[in-house]
Write a protein that binds this ligand. Structure first.
Ligand code: NAD
Length: 249
């Protein structure tokens, strides 16, 4: 394992245009449950019933009851995995993060270049008039919360059946196409089109370093290095190792 990390660290140091793709797993150690793991949200709520745009349009109040549980993430704080990525960016070893997460924790940890592929739960949007609100400014006492125009508000996040914002998709694809290394962290890589970013990067010649306690379909086919473990443990080791090597040189 140590040898594998050292090899990966060398690749990160050599890279000139490294980026990261993150998923729910990087926030698991902040206490936010992933969706697909045992005990996760999809174990308790059928996504067909609660996470599609059709379900929201038919019964926004019902969907907001599930969202309220998810809103518990407001209390979550970045963990050593998030801070590790922020440090990589500060050290000049990471250009950007494409995140599938909607929890704002990369920004809170200090990353400046964050592409919110699936939006951000810290905001709500009115699909009728386009107004946006900070989640902290709206009352959730009566569900669903409503816009000043009267329409039900929706978290400013992408539901199943909704398209990714075209500019966001374009930026993520460009970054993936142009990177020379992609860190793929805490994602099961089954939600498309986000899951296609490592494929785009790999096809363009980038190296792929995957960090996850479980293998994914990427691990044997796309990843050049699969580091088995929790991102909150592995990323600080990577950062320390980069610093150690920098001192040696
Ligand atoms: P996923 O739930 O499908 O997969 C999570 C992955 O993280 C798994 O492969 C799991 O093995 C791995 N994992 C678990 N703990 C980990 C840890 N400590 N360190 C590293 N990896 C760990 O998540 P996904 O691929 O991101 O897809 C789910 C979708 O749901 C995403 O599109 C995202 O928008 C949304 N989501 C977001 C959040 C959040 O914002 N925090 C939380 C849950 C789901």
């Amino acid at each position: 394992m140590e040898e594998l990390i050292i090899k990966a660290v060398r690749k990160i140091i050599e890279a000139r245009k490294a980026v990261a793709l993150t998923g729910a797993g990087i926030s698991a150690e902040s206490g936010i449950p992933t969706f697909r793991d045992k005990g996760g949200l999809w174990d308790r709520y059928d996504p067909e019933e609660y996470a599609t745009i059709q379900a929201f349009q038919e019964n926004p109040a019902k969907v907001w009851t599930m969202l309220e549980e998810f809103m518990e993430m407001k209390k979550a704080k970045p963990n050593p995995g998030h801070f590790g990525l922020a440090e990589l960016e500060k050290m000049g070893h990471l250009r950007a993060i494409i995140t599938q997460n909607v929890d704002n924790l990369h920004q809170e940890a200090g990353n400046a270049e964050v592409i919110e592929f699936h939006g951000n739960f810290r905001r709500a949007i009115c699909l009728k008039c386009g107004s946006r609100y900070k989640m902290s400014e709206i009352s959730l006492e009566k569900l669903p919360p409503r816009c000043s125009c009267g329409n039900a508000l929706k978290p400013d996040a992408v539901f199943f059946g909704e398209p990714i914002t075209p500019l966001t998709l374009q930026r993520a694809q460009e970054i993936s196409q142009n990177c020379d290394l992609m860190l793929v962290i805490g994602t099961s890589a089954v939600v498309y089109p986000a899951a296609s970013m490592p494929e785009i990067a790999k096809q363009a010649g980038a190296k792929i370093i995957e960090i996850n306690p479980e293998k994914t379909y990427l691990s044997d086919y796309i990843s050049d290095y699969f580091i088995k473990g929790l991102s909150g443990k592995i990323l600080p080791i990577i950062v320390d190792e980069i610093k150690r090597m920098a001192k040696e040189n």
